[in-house]
Design a protein around this ligand. Structure first.
Ligand code: CP
Length: 320
């Protein structure tokens, strides 16, 4: 069964069935246990992967590099500004060449309207699996680690009230790929998902339609609201995080008008007493969230970040 994933691309979790996702989570849990026990896990001995990054990364790069080393293989880190891509070499040629040198290609490319198309084009021509490390639409590695973390902490996902909440930030215009991935994935596990944001920060219509269809199929629910307090009320999990306006249709108001979209202790007090605070990181402390929340007892952000390692290892072990 596990061998069926050999050679499979990992570009969006939409292409992975729940059975396949559960398999990856099972392998990730096993690898986590063996990591803690200092047990060798040479599942990818002598195998290599090219890691292409168009943008900066801390968690993704290191979970992949350290992850494959712990599996007995090697990752070749590639800053794309130093590759011939910078002189116009095509995704097709890059995909064919890099896949002929090793056992897989992984790529982060978040430029709106380009990233997913680039990774998909490489995958079309590569002879080895292509793994997305985040594009303009999806962040499947993050989605998998988030799901693993929720299952570890809450055990049962059915009926869990999860709120994906837009938050104010000044750091940079963050992609929509994290909330989009969560909005599509969590209803597939029976969660009651609330997506909350001010006007102008909508996710694409097709995402809302698919999230609702997933909720119906898997007996969860999905709603979109523009009231931050309502999103916190009774939530078991809150994920307040900034994302940019992909549509450019932000009302003619200053971003400063949304400064109150911040995760504070007051907001957390509206949620379930056992609420967990999650964030893919990096967080814009003081803007998206108060230190007292992200460093507080409800925060599971470091467990969530650590699970990026175990899930990345699982995806590589299964696909490469
Ligand atoms: N969450 C996440 O993808 O982190 P990095 O941008 O540091 O990889």
């Amino acid at each position: 069964m596990y061998r069926t994933l050999k050679g499979k691309h990992f570009i969006t979790l939409r292409d992975w069935t729940n059975i396949e996702i559960d398999m990856a989570l099972e392998v990730a849990a096993d690898l986590k246990r063996r990591f803690y026990m200092d047990e060798p896990t040479p599942l990818l001995q002598y195998k290599t992967i090219a890691l292409m990054f168009f943008e900066a990364s801390t968690r993704t790069r290191n979970s992949m590099e350290m992850g494959i080393a712990q599996l007995g293989g090697h990752a070749n880190y590639l800053d794309t500004s130093t590759m011939q891509i910078s002189h116009g070499e095509s995704a097709k040629d890059t995909g064919i060449i890099l896949s002929s040198f090793g056992h897989g290609i992984a790529c982060r490319h978040c430029v709106w309207g380009e990233g997913n198309a680039y990774i998909t084009e490489m995958a079309k021509h590569a002879s080895r699996p292509v793994l997305s490390l985040q594009c303009d639409l999806y962040h499947p590695m993050q989605g998998l680690a988030d799901l693993m973390t929720i299952k570890e902490v809450k055990k049962e996902t059915k009926g869990l009230n999860v709120s994906i909440i837009w938050a104010y930030a000044t750091s940079h215009k963050k992609p929509i790929s994290v909330p989009l991935t969560q909005a599509l994935l969590f209803p597939r596990y029976g969660m009651n998902v609330t997506l909350a944001h001010p006007k102008g920060f909508e996710l694409p219509d097709w995402v809302i339609e698919e999230a609702k269809a997933n909720a119906e199929k898997y007996h969860g629910s999905f709603r979109v609201i523009d009231d931050m307090d309502e999103a916190f009320r009774g939530a078991d999990i809150v994920i307040p995080k900034n994302w940019g306006s992909w549509s450019g249709k932000v009302p003619n108001v200053s971003i400063e008008d949304f400064k109150h979209w911040k995760c504070t202790e007051e907001k957390m007090s509206l949620a379930s007493p056992e609420v967990c605070y999650m964030h893919a990181l990096p967080a814009d402390r003081g803007n998206e969230v108060d230190d007292s929340v992200i460093d507080g007892v409800h925060s599971i952000v470091y467990q969530e970040a650590e699970n990026r390692l175990h899930t990345a290892k699982a995806v590589m072990a299964l696909t490469l």
